[in-house]
Design a protein around this ligand. Structure first.
Ligand code: FES
Ligand code: FES
Length: 159
């Protein structure tokens, strides 16, 4: 199996790794780098538990090869909190009880984060469309939507 030297910026920090061609990005994150906040729910591109941002765009990291992330920026759920301060998206999920078992939560938060970068004031239909690739097996969608709306309210300028 061929191996490749790759450099990936993850949550602002440069990482170098020697990876097999077949290694998935989710396995690079979880197994090679120990960043287990990114979950694996299906391995078949259905559930979205493995969602990370690749150059700011949500991707299912069980469907991206690690070599495809070479030279690019990855953001995982571990990148949301800064200096001990929860990101407003994390606060939203806390305040609005946007999780039950929490398995879908990292992917939901990153999808919500990316949505709010593009649309600071999304309505419920836009939020539902944005998270349509992320499944919550606890069916907590109503509170997940409220959580993202809570974050939107915190992130909007108050002028
Ligand atoms: S683990 Fe990637 S979509 Fe389910
Ligand atoms: S909170 Fe359990 S899967 Fe969503």
């Amino acid at each position: 199996m061929a191996t490749h030297e790759i450099k990936v910026k993850i949550n602002g920090a440069e990482h170098e790794a020697k990876v097999e061609s077949r290694l998935l990005l989710v396995h690079l994150l979880r197994e090679n780098l120990g960043m287990t906040g990114t979950h694996i729910g299906c391995d078949t591109t259905h559930c979205g538990a493995c969602t990370v941002l690749l150059d700011g765009v949500p991707v299912k990291s069980c469907t991206v090869l690690a070599v495809q992330a070479d030279g690019r920026d990855v953001m995982t759920v571990e990148g949301l909190e800064k200096d001990g301060q929860l990101h407003p998206v994390q606060e939203g999920f806390w305040q609005e009880h946007g999780l039950q078992c929490g398995f879908c939560t990292p992917g939901m938060m990153l999808t919500g984060y990316a949505l709010l970068q593009d649309n600071p004031d999304p309505g419920e239909p836009e939020i539902r469309r944005a998270i349509s690739g992320n499944l919550c097996r606890c069916t907590g969608y109503v509170n997940i939507i409220k959580s993202i709306q809570h974050a939107a309210g915190k992130l909007r300028p108050t002028v």
